[in-house]
Write a protein that binds this ligand. Structure first.
Ligand code: MF3
Ligand code: CO
Ligand code: CO
Length: 259
């Protein structure tokens, strides 16, 4: 259960995987528009990941025993879907929808993981509520990233996120967190998006993990749909998420999925 401290050579490969994932997410971000099906996003991610010499880590991914392998190359999580939404040819994006696109790429044996929530039709098409939850989710992710440095604690990250969410009248999903990443998509440690400052594991330069808070407009509780993957808010209200992969450094962190 040790946490990997990556060597300089491994860090170079983590950087390339992170950059590839970020570039594929940007590729989707340039093309996404109202009228497309979420299945189109899956096709774009397959095409662009392959072009970069990578593989979509999520395709066929095995979750908890008893759940089917994830059937797509990307998660597309629209409106009240919190995470792990499955792209679908019948699911057409409409102006004012919000959709999180979560890209994980394996390149040269290492993984990079990043996501963003897009507002369909531009901010003018979105409700004030949609704009708010998307804005808060992005700021929460960035507040978590800002808490990362050698010697800080995992609880510092979670506390920064949860305090901001609460101040903005939103809630933080507790059932899922960030995760260590490297030769596997999901490694130790688990990175909670709530916590107590000064508590939890101490961060060390050379650790690599994701920060990916799921922020709800209403209550934090979630349900999982019968497909075994799709996570929705229990109250049916909107949820948004942003994710970066970060490498801990002496005086802060390097965001591996920032272009
Ligand atoms: N990329 C997701 C994460 O941030 C992983 C989803 S697992 C899947 O951890 F199987 F649903 F794709
Ligand atoms: Co992740
Ligand atoms: Co992800």
């Amino acid at each position: 259960m040790g946490i990997t401290l990556f060597s300089a050579g491994e860090i170079a490969r983590l950087r390339r995987a992170g950059r590839a994932a970020a570039e594929t997410l940007a590729f989707v971000g340039d093309k996404i528009r109202p009228g497309i099906a979420t299945k189109q996003i899956d096709l774009w991610v397959r095409e662009d990941t392959k072009r970069r010499g990578g593989k979509p880590s999520q395709l066929g991914y095995r979750g908890p025993p008893g759940t089917p392998p994830f059937p797509a190359a990307v998660c597309t999580s629209r409106n009240e879907v919190v995470c792990h939404g499955i792209p679908n040819a019948q699911e057409i994006l409409l102006p004012g929808d919000i959709v999180n696109v979560d890209v994980t790429t394996e390149l040269d044996g290492f993984h990079g993981d990043t996501s963003a929530t897009f507002v369909l039709g531009g901010v003018a098409a979105a409700s004030a509520e949609a704009r708010h939850v998307v804005d808060v989710a992005r700021r929460c992710r960035d507040a978590g990233v800002a808490a990362v440095r050698d010697g800080a604690r995992l609880g510092d990250i979670g506390a920064a996120i949860a305090e901001l969410a609460r101040a903005e009248g939103c809630s933080v999903v507790r059932d899922f967190g960030g995760h260590g990443i490297g030769r596997r998509m999901h490694e130790d440690p688990h990175v909670p998006h709530h916590g107590v400052r000064g508590a939890g594991m101490r961060l060390k330069a050379g650790m690599c993990f994701t920060i990916e808070p799921m922020i709800n407009l209403g209550r934090a509780e979630i349900d999982v749909l019968p497909d075994g993957w799709t996570v929705v808010t229990a109250d049916g209200r909107l949820s948004a998420q942003f994710e970066h992969t970060v490498l801990v450094t002496k005086d802060g962190c390097e965001i591996l999925t920032l272009l």
